[in-house]
Ligand binder design. Structure first.
Ligand SMILES: [Zn+2]
Length: 210
């Protein structure tokens, strides 16, 4: 199960993905009110900001095992303290010097999210501590704010932003995921399940020309 818990929130928030081993959504049943008995590692990828995420988590799972951050912009991490308080979990991210990050994820590390193993890929350009997570077997990518649906790409006008570096990071992701990619999930906007590789190619082109 990969579910965006920030869906429908109007505040200044990123997407926040609950990733669990069990898949209650794929059989078409309404997940509202059902509590997943998840195998695998139940993880929040980013916590979002400016909404009460704890009851939303509890709608789907009894507990979570970890928080993993794509990067530490406020809209991605604002709810982290509340999640840590509620579930007594540790937080994983690229920069262990960041006050919210308990454990470092380095480039090339393997991270368990739900039932799959993901490769962590350091992808600066939007922010220096930015990570993407790619599960080669499942063909799933968490792209953070590196790229978005429809050939969009992350802002590079903020501190630590750098367009050339961002382009290199997108190229790295293209190489890592390959044309067999099945879907990717981004920090903002919809996930991409239709021709996701071609979508990232569009982003790579757009970042060079816009
Ligand atoms: Zn960001």
């Amino acid at each position: 199960m990969i579910r965006n818990l920030a869906q429908g929130q109007r505040g200044f928030t990123s997407n926040a993905f609950l990733v669990a081993g069990a898949d209650v959504m794929s059989d078409g049943t309404d997940p509202e009110g059902s509590v997943v008995d998840a195998d695998g590692r139940t993880v929040l990828v980013d916590t979002g900001n400016e909404f009460d995420i704890v009851p939303v988590v509890e709608r789907f799972v009894d507990d979570i095992d970890a928080v993993v951050l794509t990067h530490t912009h406020p809209d991605h991490v604002g709810n982290t303290d509340a999640v840590v308080d509620a579930f007594d979990v540790d937080v994983w991210g690229f920069d262990p010097d960041h006050q919210l990050v308990d454990h470092r994820i380095a480039d090339g590390d393997t991270v368990e999210l739900g039932a799959n193993s993901y490769d962590a890929i350091h992808t600066p350009g939007h922010k220096e501590d930015h990570l993407c997570f790619h599960a080669p077997e499942a063909g799933v990518l968490f792209a953070g704010d590196l790229i978005f649906a429809g050939g969009s790409f992350g802002r590079t006008d903020l501190p630590e932003g750098n367009r050339e570096v961002l382009i290199d990071s997108i190229d790295r992701i293209l190489e890592a995921v390959g044309p067999d990619l099945r879907e990717f999930h981004t920090g903002h906007g919809p996930s991409v399940t239709q021709s996701p590789y071609e979508d990232i190619e569009l982003s790579a082109r757009a970042a060079r020309t816009m």
